[in-house]
Design a protein around this ligand. Structure first.
Ligand SMILES: Cc1cc2nc3c(=O)[nH]c(=O)nc-3n(C[C@H](O)[C@H](O)[C@H](O)COP(=O)(O)OP(=O)(O)OC[C@H]3O[C@@H](n4cnc5c(N)ncnc54)[C@H](O)[C@@H]3O)c2cc1C
Length: 450
């Protein structure tokens, strides 16, 4: 415990660190250390915590739902972990103006639910929505399947309230749809992974919910035919809400639970979805079917809302079916230019072979954002090490193909050292200077996003 913390926060808001505060879902056995964990209830208490840490040279690591997959919320250099879950109020909701003002600790699913119950939609749909928080989504600029049409979290944030060093509350943007007054500080905070400031609240933009959602799914003999189908979808001139894929290995693990039956000779799946007003969704779905059916082993086009929900539940659960195979899985999130999708699907398998670990890929094909995954048994430390090495070769592949080492999970702790390779010396230097400007003592989430 750190003496003096309870002078600036209510005593019950300061607790002894427990294991669950020191790790996220990255795996790799990395567990941080902390001297205290605090749960402030207001932005003022977040500011008081930061002022204390800044005055006493104590590292401060923000923690949302802890669902991050890059080790971002792990306190690597000790100090204070600041959990945001008590900042869970909806400050304002104006359904007729399509906007919501929420505190950082409100879960993604609660925002989505409140929007849906009022005929609206908050489009970002990262997979762990029941646990992840809006503050964490903003800090990682989270995506999801429907980011293809609707974009990632930052596109739906019109304003941010944050606490920045040495402990001041700043508001950038607000309930505004346009604002070009200053440098785009809001976008700088989006995706900053808790290294520039701590998000305490956000103004979110919503849209009317689509009347109809019509998935169209194509199944193919192999990856070549599947990627060609994706290219035809993109060239067709319609805008699907989502363009996802699962490769043959993924289907062999997760296919049994697929609600419409995977034909025996299928080894690649493309999931697209049309949405919008009824007539428009039906027109787009017909175009998607036409683009997908060439060379397809089967095309499925569920129309019942329960079937559609079942499809996306299955897609979200695929990660767990994969994990169940050997008990351990490192699933990365590189993104590449769309014309390199074919290379990533192929080279992922080759990397796995070279490192002697089972490999597969699936992901947000339309955004070129691929979850290349390497499996291992947690009892086999050598295999785990080889899976980790496979991930590092994958990062090299992403950079070689003109892509990024992370399309949605962030750099966190896992990808430390990769930024300079990706940005180059000048870009990296600018990056470091921005960090120093916000956080001259380097106390905010040290060791991350480097
Ligand atoms: C099954 C599963 C599926 C997933 N699917 C997706 C997906 O489809 N798309 C996707 O993008 N991600 C996905 N993720 C990753 C993860 O859910 C997202 O990155 C999510 O945005 C993390 O939010 P969190 O609240 O759990 O943040 P945490 O894990 O707690 O923290 C993540 C980072 O944000 C920082 N942070 C958290 N809160 C704040 C705050 N208030 N202010 C400043 N910094 C803060 C932390 O310091 C850390 O660096 C998935 C994870 C799982 C387990």
């Amino acid at each position: 415990m750190i003496p003096g913390l309870t002078d600036v926060l209510p005593r019950e808001a300061v607790v002894e660190p427990e294991g669950r505060h020191l790790a996220d879902l990255m795996g790799r056995g990395v567990r941080g250390t902390a001297d205290a964990v605090v749960f402030p209830s207001t932005a003022d208490e977040v500011a008081a915590t930061m002022r204390f840490c800044y005055a006493n040279h104590v590292p401060l690591t923000a923690r949302g739902g802890g669902t991050g997959l890059a080790g971002g919320a792990i306190p690597i250099e000790g100090g204070v972990v600041i959990g945001l879950e008590r900042l869970n109020r909806i400050r304002q909701f104006d359904p007729l103006l399509w906007r919501m003002h929420v505190e950082a600790g409100v879960t993604t699913a609660d925002v989505q639910r409140l929007a849906r119950e009022n005929g609206l939609r908050f489009p970002p749909d990262p997979g762990a929505a029941e646990l992840s928080q809006i503050g964490g989504n903003i800090a990682c600029n989270a995506g999801g399947p429907h980011a293809f049409k609707y974009g990632v979290t930052g596109r739906w944030v019109t304003g941010i309230e944050a606490v920045v060093p040495p402990g001041e509350i700043v508001r950038v943007g607000g309930p505004l749809r346009k604002d070009v007054a200053g440098y785009d500080l809001k976008s700088l905070l989006v995706g900053s992974e808790g290294t520039l400031g701590i998000v305490t609240a956000a103004w979110l933009r919503l849209i009317p919910a689509p009347e109809l959602e019509l998935p169209v799914i194509g199944l193919y003999h192999d990856a070549d035919a599947g990627v060609s189908a994706i290219e035809r979808v993109l060239a067709s001139g319609v805008v699907p809400a989502a363009v996802e894929y699962l490769d043959g290995v993924t289907l062999s693990y997760a296919g049994d639970a697929y609600p419409f039956g995977v034909p025996g000779d299928a080894a690649f799946m493309v999931i697209t979805e049309a949405d919008g007003a009824r007539d428009e969704a039906r027109r787009v779905a017909a175009e998607l079917r036409e683009a997908l059916q060439e060379d397809a082993v089967a095309v499925h086009a569920p129309t019942e809302p329960t079937d559609v929900a079942e499809l996306w539940r299955w897609r979200a659960g695929a990660a767990f079916a994969i994990l169940a195979q050997r008990g351990g899985a490192y699933s990365e999130d590189i993104a590449v230019p769309l014309d390199r999708l074919r290379d990533v699907a192929r080279e992922t398998l080759e990397i796995g072979e070279r490192h002697r670990v089972p490999a597969l890929s699936f992901g947000h094909a339309g955004d070129g954002n691929i979850h290349s995954t390497f499996l291992f048994s947690p009892e086999d430390l050598d295999e785990e090490q080889r899976a980790d090495e496979a991930c590092h070769e994958l990062f090299e592949l992403a950079i070689r193909l003109g892509g990024t080492v992370t399309g949605e999970h962030g750099i966190g702790w896992l990808k430390r050292g990769q930024l300079e390779r990706q940005l180059g010396a000048t870009g990296y230097d600018l990056h470091r200077r921005v960090k120093r400007l916000f956080d001259p003592k380097g106390l905010l989430n040290p060791g991350k996003k480097t």
